[in-house]
Design a protein around this ligand. Structure first.
Ligand code: AMP
Length: 399
C-alpha cells in the first residue's frame, strides 16, 4: 500500500471542529529539565479487544513520585515531515536526517506551527481506545498522511489521567527512531486533545501474531533486532518503556515495527525507579518481588524482550497461567521452551530471562548474538529494517 492508495482510501467522516476559530496551541516540546516518574497510558488504558485477556495491574498501584514537579510543556516548532520523508528508514543516518530537516523546512511555515483540526482531512477510523478514537488523517497543506488520536478531556478528567497523558506526550514527542512511533505534535479544542501520530499502516503486531499463531524464526529475529535497536535508542535517552508486549507494537508500511504506547514509560535520569506498573505476564521479577518496592533499572525492558521473543516463537507468553502461578513462575524464572524452538533462539531467551537484572544480556550483545546474526545478516538487516522485506533465501525460514 503506498501513500496514493491511502489517499484513495480516504473517506470523509464526522470529526467536526468544535471551535474552528479558537486558537489551538500545540506541538512539540522543549525537553523538560525535571525528572518524570510514572505515567499512565492513554492507550494502555484502552479497552482493546485484542488485549482483553491480559491482566492489567490496578492504576491505584502506581506511585506518583515527583508528579508535581512535571513542568508544563514549552511550545516550540513542529517538525512534521513531508511525504518524501515518510519513507526515511533511519533518522540516525545523517543523510536521512538532512532529508528530514530539508523537508521539514519545506513543509513548515516560519515560526511555530499552530495546529487546528481544520488543517486535517479526516479519514477512516483506525481503532478505538478507552478515551477516544484514532483516525487516518491528512495534513491539507502538505498532504502528509498521519494518524490523529482524539482524546476527550472529560474522559481523561474522569479517569484521573490528565497528568499522565501529558507525561506520555512529553516523552514521546522527544523520540525519533524508525522503530519508535513518532508523535509529531498535538493540539486541543474545548473538549478534545488531538495527537498527531505517525501512521502505522499495517496495524497492531498483536493481530499479526494471533493470525499467524507464532512467527517463523527469521521474522521473530528481525522483530527482536528492531526492538533491540529501539530500546538501545530509548535507553540512551534515559527512557525505559516498561510495558513491552505485542499489544504496544504497531507495524509500519514496510513491515517494520514501531514501539508505541509510552504510557508506562519513564524518563529515568537516576536510572532507577521503584514504581509498579505493567502487564503481569511481561513483568520482570524485580518489579514483582517486594510488592514493587524494589528499585529497578532499564534492564526491565530486557526481561520483557525475552518474554516477547518467547511469545513470538511459541505463540503464548512463557509464564502465562493464573495470576498467582504466573507471579510464582516469574519470581522463580520457571518456564519451558518447546522443542520446535531452535537451540540458538533458546539460548537468547535464556540470556534475557535472567532473574538478576545485571546479568541479562546487553542490547549490544543481542545484536551480536548468533540467532540474530543468522537471520539478520549484514545488509539484509538494513534492508529488512527499512522495507520489512523477507529474507532472500527461503532456506532461512525454519518455522
Ligand atoms: P490506542 O488508543 O492507542 O490503543 O489506539 C486504538 C487502536 O487504534 C490501536 O489498537 C490501533 O489499532 C489503532 N492505532 C492507534 N494508533 C495508530 C497509528 N499510529 N497508526 C495506525 N493505527 C493506530
Amino acid at each position: 500500500m503506498d501513500v496514493s492508495n491511502l489517499e484513495a482510501a480516504f473517506e470523509r467522516i464526522t470529526v467536526t471542529d468544535e471551535n474552528d476559530d479558537q486558537l489551538v496551541t500545540t506541538t512539540t516540546y522543549h525537553k523538560s529539565k525535571t525528572s518524570l516518574s510514572t505515567a499512565v497510558s492513554i492507550s494502555g488504558l484502552a479497552s482493546s479487544n485484542s488485549a482483553a485477556n491480559r491482566m492489567k495491574l490496578p492504576l491505584q498501584k502506581l506511585a506518583t513520585v515527583n508528579s508535581s514537579k512535571i513542568v508544563s510543556a514549552n511550545i516550540t516548532k513542529v517538525t512534521l515531515p513531508s511525504q518524501a520523508a515518510q519513507h526515511c528508514s533511519s533518522d540516525e543516518n545523517p543523510s536521512h536526517r538532512r532529508t528530514l530537516t530539508e523537508s521539514a523546512i519545506y513543509a513548515q511555515p516560519s515560526g511555530p506551527k499552530q495546529w487546528h483540526l481544520g488543517m486535517f482531512e479526516i479519514g477512516k477510523p483506525l481503532g478505538k481506545g478507552k478515551f477516544g478514537r484514532v483516525y487516518l488523517a491528512k495534513e491539507r497543506s502538505t498532504g502528509f498522511v498521519c494518524a490523529l488520536k482524539v482524546l476527550h478531556k472529560s474522559e481523561l478528567q474522569q479517569g484521573g489521567v490528565e497528568k499522565q497523558v501529558r507525561r506520555e506526550i512529553e516523552i514521546q514527542s522527544h523520540l525519533a527512531h524508525p522503530n519508535v512511533l513518532r508523535l509529531f505534535g498535538y493540539f486541543h479544542d474545548a473538549k478534545r486533545i488531538f495527537l498527531i501520530l505517525e501512521f502505522a499502516a499495517k496495524g497492531e503486531l498483536y493481530k499479526h501474531l494471533r493470525r499467524e499463531q507464532r512467527f517463523p524464526e527469521w521474522k521473530a529475529a528481525q522483530y527482536i533486532a528492531q526492538m533491540a535497536a529501539a530500546l538501545k535508542y530509548l535507553h540512551k535517552k534515559h527512557v525505559m518503556h516498561r510495558d513491552i508486549k505485542p499489544e504496544n507494537i504497531l507495524v509500519g508500511i514496510h513491515g517494520e515495527i514501531k514501539i508505541s504506547d509510552f504510557g508506562w514509560s519513564v524518563h529515568a535520569p537516576n536510572n532507577r525507579r521503584n514504581t509498579m506498573c505493567g502487564t503481569l505476564d511481561y513483568l520482570p521479577p524485580e518489579m514483582l518481588s517486594g510488592g514493587g518496592k524494589n528499585f529497578y533499572s532499564e534492564k526491565v525492558d530486557l526481561w520483557s524482550l525475552g518474554v516477547l521473543m518467547y511469545e513470538f516463537l511459541v505463540g503464548e507468553a512463557p509464564f502465562e497461567d493464573t495470576q498467582v502461578i504466573t507471579y510464582r513462575k516469574i519470581t522463580r524464572g520457571e518456564y519451558t521452551v518447546p522443542k520446535f524452538v531452535s537451540a540458538e533462539a533458546k539460548d537468547l531467551i535464556k540470556r534475557l530471562l535472567v532473574l538478576d537484572p545485571e546479568k541479562r544480556i546487553t542490547l549490544e550483545d543481542i545484536e551480536k548474538h548468533p540467532w540474530i546474526v543468522k537471520h539478520c545478516q549484514k545488509g539484509e538487516r538494513a534492508y529488512n529494517r527499512a522495507s520489512g522485506g523477507e529474507p532472500h533465501s527461503s532456506s532461512e525460514r525454519d518455522s
